[in-house]
Structures are given as structure tokens and as C-alpha cells.
Design a protein around this ligand. Structure first.
Ligand code: ADP
Ligand code: MG
Length: 256
């Protein structure tokens, strides 16, 4: 049975997509069966996995509107060793179309239940908002991975997300928990980042992952080659950190 994780943070540009595709590739590398779901109409995780969002005949949009199953709509990433349920701009419409439908928050959950035996991990890349798409992700998930930069307003920005997760936990999905905060784009030379990192550990304790993802230009270059950094340049420090993070996740899952 698969374990399902949302990669979420309502801020844009914090490293959600980079985390999703590299964790997917890292988990595949350590022998896990992985499905990556792109829930962001920008389709960055789709493109970053080497799947052209403009050429999708079926996408997560069709799955949410129940005109396709996950099995029909998912495809193998050309590099990376995981499956991709892709997204493109069409998905932006779903935010509105879903409102009128029954079980509007639970559509992804129902669809993913059908492929539970096929995967060890399902990773959901969420859009930078807390709308119906993200809600579908949170309803489907066992846990949330929150990538964050160790910047001055980092803690403040977290409270909206933490409140949303609490509400979803109380009303829609009693399984849901924050698995952990992942420090990304970390630069140890910057004193402020070290201070915020210590604050995070003080406040959230072992909810802060041990693995730290460094700022690494190879991770930023990889998407333009349609590959996760882990595949594009396995020797890069950022890639190695993501494989380490994949191992940390595999070790944590039995305790969830
Ligand atoms: P989000 O999905 O939250 O909007 P992205 O994963 O797209 O964030 O990251 C935002 C930008 O930061 C992208 O240009 C990405 O390549 C870059 N980036 C993300 N993580 C790193 C990192 N560890 N080192 C360097 N650049 C990074
Ligand atoms: Mg993104």
C-alpha cells in the first residue's frame, strides 16, 4: 500500500517542485516504486520530469473530473525511474469546476486509492495556494512535507499552512499530519539562515528533517534539461542531499 505525501507551502518559489521531483528520483534510486502527481497548473514538475505538458492527452485534470483513471493518465518519466501524473494550464479550470461537484475535496483521494498497490510512495506537488486543488492533495495524503527557506519571515508564513492542515485534519482527513519541515536552498555561510534554522529546531523539534538541502545551481539548471537534478548531475551536492533525504523518508515511513 502506498504512502501519500503532499509537498506544500502556500508561498511560491520556496522549492516545492524541486523537492518533489528530486525526492521522486531519489526514492526511485533507492528502490522504491514512486508516482509523482503534479497538482500545479504551471506544470513545472511535469516538465522537470521530462514530460511535455503541452503534449499531454490525459492529465490530473481528467482524473479529478473522473474522465480518466490514474492508470490511464500516468506515464513513465523518460529519466528518473518514476511515474508522472502530469498537469498543464487546463488544471486551473478545475479549481472552479470542482466547486459544483460532489465530494469535491476527495476526488484525488478516491482516484489514488485505485493505484495504492502499485506504488510505495505517491508525491503530490501542490500549487502555491490553499484552494481546492491543494485541499484535494491534503485530503488524499498521509502527511505533508513542507520545504522552506531559512529566512526572516519563514516562521510567520508557516502559520497559515499549519492552520489549514489542522482544519483538514479535524474535518476531512484524520490521518493527516505534518511529517516534517525540510530546510532547502540552505547556505551555511549566512548567519541569519543558521539562526532561523536553530529557531525552527527549537520550535518544531524532530519535525525538522535531519537532511538539509544546500543551495546548488545544478538543481536549478536541471529542469531546463527535463531531468531531476538527482539524474542530471548525481555528483552535485544538492543531488546527493536529495538521495540522503529519500533515505531519511524511507526510514521514517514505518514509524508514521
Ligand atoms: P516552488 O515549486 O515552491 O515554486 P521551485 O522548486 O520551482 O519552487 O523553486 C524556485 C526556484 O528556486 C527555481 O528556479 C528552482 O530551480 C530554484 N531552486 C530550488 N531549490 C534550489 C536549490 N536547492 N538550490 C538552488 N536553486 C534552487
Ligand atoms: Mg512549483
Amino acid at each position: 500500500m502506498s504512502k501519500i505525501f503532499c509537498i506544500a507551502n502556500q508561498k511560491g518559489g520556496v522549492g516545492k517542485t524541486t523537492t518533489t521531483v528530486n525526492l521522486a528520483a531519489g526514492l526511485a534510486q533507492v528502490g522504491q516504486r514512486v508516482l509523482m502527481v503534479d497538482l500545479d497548473p504551471q506544470g513545472n514538475a511535469t516538465m522537470g520530469s521530462g514530460v511535455d505538458k503541452r503534449g499531454l492527452t490525459l492529465s490530473v485534470y481528467d482524473v479529478l473530473l473522473e474522465s480518466s483513471s490514474v492508470r490511464e493518465a500516468a506515464q513513465r518519466a523518460p529519466a528518473g525511474g518514476y511515474d508522472v501524473l502530469g498537469a498543464n494550464r487546463e488544471l486551473a479550470g478545475a479549481e472552479v469546476e470542482l466547486v459544483a461537484l460532489a465530494q469535491r475535496e476527495r476526488r484525488l483521494k478516491a482516484a489514488l486509492a485505485q493505484v495504492a498497490p502499485d506504488y510505495d510512495f505517491v508525491l503530490i506537488d501542490c500549487p502555491p495556494s490553499l484552494g481546492l486543488l491543494t485541499l484535494n492533495g491534503l485530503c488524499a495524503a498521509h502527511g505533508v512535507i513542507v520545504p522552506m527557506q531559512c529566512e526572516y519571515f519563514a516562521l510567520e508564513g508557516l502559520s497559515d499552512l499549519v492552520n489549514t492542515i489542522k482544519q483538514v485534519h479535524a474535518k476531512l482527513n484524520p490521518d493527516l499530519q505534518i511529517i516534517g519541515l525540510l530546510r532547502v536552498m540552505f547556505d551555511p555561510r549566512i548567519t541569519l539562515q543558521q539562526q532561523v534554522s536553530e529557531q525552527l529546531k527549537g520550535h518544531f523539534g524532530d519535525k525538522v528533517f535531519d537532511t538539509v538541502i544546500p543551495r546548488n545551481v545544478r538543481l536549478a539548471e536541471a529542469p531546463s534539461y527535463g531531468q531531476p537534478g538527482v539524474v542530471f548531475d548525481p555528483a552535485a551536492k544538492g543531488s546527493q542531499a536529495f538521495v540522503e533525504f529519500a533515505r531519511e523518508m524511507v526510514a521514517r515511513v514505518p514509524r508514521l
